[in-house]
Write a protein that binds this ligand. Structure first.
Ligand SMILES: [Zn+2]
Ligand SMILES: [Zn+2]
Length: 118
């Protein structure tokens, strides 16, 4: 069984020179495209990035603040179902609600017959 993880919310990838971002570009992070794709599996490309394949993209949250709204769709490795608004699981950011996963208690260590506890 794959390890379950949180899904980050959907992000919009922009080209670094996107005219729409110009006034507020400093507030966003830019990442190499490959890294950004791995980090944010849920993403879509802004028109600016779709036309030009750029080595770096500027990452912007696609959705504003909202509450978790479970969609009932859960990928195999996701910790719970994806939010129907942002396709994330609402868990990675500190300011979002945190989910604790119950772990199984460790089995007691059994000593071989004859052995004594130190
Ligand atoms: Zn853009
Ligand atoms: Zn959401």
């Amino acid at each position: 069984m794959p390890e379950r993880r949180h899904y980050p919310p959907m992000m919009t990838f922009h080209a670094p020179d996107c005219p729409g971002l110009a006034p507020m570009r400093d507030g966003f992070i830019s990442l190499p495209l490959n890294e950004a794709r791995i980090k944010y599996p849920n993403h879509h490309l802004d028109v600016c990035a779709a036309i030009d394949i750029t080595p770096y993209v500027v990452v912007e949250k696609s959705m504003g603040d909202h509450g978790y709204s479970p969609s009932g769709t859960r990928p195999e490795d996701a910790i719970r179902s994806l939010c129907r608004k942002c396709f994330g699981t609402h868990g990675e950011d500190e300011d979002r609600e945190v989910i604790t996963v119950k772990t199984q208690p460790k089995p007691r260590l059994t000593l071989p017959p004859g052995a004594e506890r130190p």
